[in-house]
Design a binder for this molecule. Structure first.
Ligand code: CP
Length: 315
């Protein structure tokens, strides 16, 4: 593997979950693999979990780690080719990326959807420039339309907690005051399509995800019906794909409350975090014994370490 931008690049999910299990049990077994190798983690957007868990994963593999916050301390970057650079942007991405490539053995990139152009976001213009011009293996730390390291952690968590071969997993939209990207739900749907779980997406009208991510998946606009008998409830907000980037609803009847969870099969609750309490999920649900948000976040180290290990093995 020499890039990691989609959960599908893991190939055989069963083998990838076995690899993750090994990393969980033996976090320091591969320290020699990363010795004298450098991971550069480039952030165009804020992060808590990805920033810390990816650093921890690389350190566990014996790597040196450098973190660059592009918007805090680096030159302001122009990303469009052909622009006359007479404004406030001092450096072009087309020089900055190969320079970064000179300093690193692998590069992680976080670059969210900008909601300026659906086409640009869905073509992953920033991430793909890193892949094209850095000359180094690139992995996504959440890009415009996918967050595969999160999805892998979600799959690892479900694997650890599921009590049946084929659990019912419901991903439900929940309200949020701001427009959020579709990267997490797109990626989660992609991950679920690699399993044979009973997977349902519940969202209000106008919030259907891009057809490329929902092909063959049951989508309903009735949250209560979807939650019936669920073994796992994955809550997430996303902005509209159809009316791209718009917030069409803040309907709090979609908040995941204990009344909603009572419809389920005593389901486990999942969320990638950060989460807005009492918008997405009630205090009671996120604090309940069924909430897996902390083990899920802990598994971000396992997810990143398993993926970086695969990248290092193929250097
Ligand atoms: N879930 C996740 O990616 O968290 P951060 O945005 O804090 O990295």
């Amino acid at each position: 593997m020499n890039t990691f931008t989609s959960i599908k690049q893991l190939g055989d999910l069963k083998k990838a979950l076995e690899a993750a299990k090994y990393v969980t049990a033996n976090p320091f077994a591969d320290k020699a693999l990363g010795q004298d190798k450098t991971a550069l983690l480039v952030f165009f957007n804020n992060s808590l979990r990805t920033r810390l868990s990816t650093q921890k994963a690389a350190l566990n593999l014996g790597m040196n780690v450098m973190v660059l916050d592009v918007n805090q301390g680096a030159w302001k970057l122009e990303t469009q080719r052909g622009v006359i650079m007479d404004g406030d942007k001092s450096e072009h991405l087309l020089e900055a990326i190969p320079v970064m490539g000179c300093y690193a053995d692998i590069i992680g990139v976080r670059s969210f959807a900008r909601f300026e152009s659906r086409e640009d976001d869905y073509n992953e213009v920033i991430l793909n420039q890193f892949i094209k011009y850095s000359g180094k293996p690139v992995f996504s730390m959440e890009a415009a339309i996918r967050h595969p390291l999160q999805t892998f952690a979600d799959l690892i968590t479900i694997e650890q907690y599921r009590k049946k071969e084929r659990p019912k997993v419901v991903m439900t939209w929940a309200p949020h005051p701001k427009a959020l990207p579709q990267a997490v739900p797109n990626s989660f749907a992609e991950g679920m399509s690699m399993t044979d779980f009973d997977f349902v997406i519940a969202n209000p009208e106008g919030y259907d995800l891009a057809p490329e991510f929902t092909k063959g998946i049951r989508v309903t606009h009735n949250q209560d019906e979807a939650l019936e008998g669920a073994d796992f409830v994955y809550a997430k907000n996303w902005a509209s794909y159809e009316h791209y980037g718009e917030v069409l609803s803040k309907d709090r009847s979609w908040t995941v409350t204990k009344e909603k969870m009572a419809l389920t099969n005593n389901a486990f609750f999942l969320h990638c975090l950060p989460v807005r309490r009492n918008m997405i999920v009630s205090d009671e649900v996120i604090e309940s014994p069924q909430s897996l948000v902390i083990p899920e976040a802990a598994n971000r180290v396992v997810s990143a370490q398993t993926v970086i290990k695969m990248l290092l093995q193929d250097l």
